[in-house]
Design a protein around this ligand. Structure first.
Ligand code: ADP
Ligand code: MG
Length: 271
């Protein structure tokens, strides 16, 4: 906990990579760097709230001076190395069902496809639903061992729901080769079984299940391209993270592992 500006109720929130050290809590409000397209995100978050969706923060006024204020969501957020409680089957199920509720609420309010969305991790095939696109453990608030809310909508964009399920699977199964997974996740997670739990709890159709392993490969490629763009720009956060995690060799390994297990994933999903 860090006090800033002498205010004793100001607490630095740990968790993210991009805004590390720049996210603060002041009572019921989170103060963080505003994404370039904060207005589009705020409009959508407000509409979700009006629709009755409680699983996302709500903007508190407009973004100004490069900062934004959102409601603080009480609960626990797991940080790496991830503890076992956040990787139970029940926790995973709750993530799948929360993602489904986000998509249903977003379908009910509609998403303005012409608004200024981030293209960084957006579904290349587009879509009509709001995809969060960055449902990693650090962006999910838990209460009583269950996912209560998604935070950090900076990379959200319209897309296919299946795309968001694929992105979520990458982090929550996780869809990583064992050597890559062991850096942040406990040992012994059964990837095909957990992928099936995510699909079941989301309520994925048979057709989407058949497509999911391929879309996870596509999403992984998008994530790799995103990192490659940042590294090419010389962004120190991404350059350092890439090196620390094993360079492009790790991405090659993750991608080869997905291809090698594609059949197993498909069979387990459709069994
Ligand atoms: N609205 C919120 N409610 C509760 N906790 C939050 C909220 N926003 C951020 N946090 C906490 O702060 C951490 C970093 O915030 P985040 O906006 O995700 O930063 P980054 O953009 O760097 O990922 C999160 O992992 C979470 O622990
Ligand atoms: Mg975050």
């Amino acid at each position: 906990m860090t006090a800033r500006g002498g205010a004793s109720d100001c607490e630095a929130l740990a968790g993210g990579m991009v805004n590390a050290g720049a996210v603060f809590r002041r009572g019921a409000v989170v103060d963080r760097p505003a994404p370039r397209n904060a207005q589009a995100i705020h409009t959508c978050l407000s509409a979700l709230k009006e629709q009755g969706f409680e699983g996302a923060p709500t903007p508190v006024g407009p973004a100004a001076d490069g900062r934004e204020q959102l409601t603080f969501i009480p609960g626990e957020v797991a940080l790496p190395p991830f503890p076992r409680w956040v990787l139970t089957a029940a926790a995973l199920r709750s993530v799948g069902s929360l993602l489904r509720r986000l998509h249903e609420a977003s379908a009910a309010v509609g998403v303005d496809a012409s608004a200024d969305w981030s293209l960084d991790l957006a579904d290349p095939e587009g879509g009509t639903l709001l995809c969060h696109n960055d449902v990693c453990p650090e962006n999910v608030v838990f209460r009583d061992g269950r996912a209560a809310a998604l935070i950090d909508f900076d990379l959200a964009a319209p897309g296919r729901p299946l795309w968001d399920v694929a992105m979520t699977a990458r982090y929550w199964v996780p869809m990583l080769d064992p050597a890559s997974a062991t850096v942040s996740y406990p040992d012994g997670l059964d990837a095909p079984a957990r992928l099936r739990i995510l699909a079941d709890s989301y309520g994925l159709s048979s057709q989407d299940r058949a497509e999911l392993p391929g879309v996870i490969e596509q999403a992984t490629e998008s994530c790799r391209a995103f990192v490659a763009d940042r590294v090419a720009e010389g962004d120190p956060v991404y350059v350092q993270a890439l090196t620390a995690r094993g360079g492009w060799e790790r991405w090659n390994r993750m991608q080869a592992w997905l291809v090698a297990h594609r059949e197993t994933f498909t069979t387990t999903l459709l069994d």
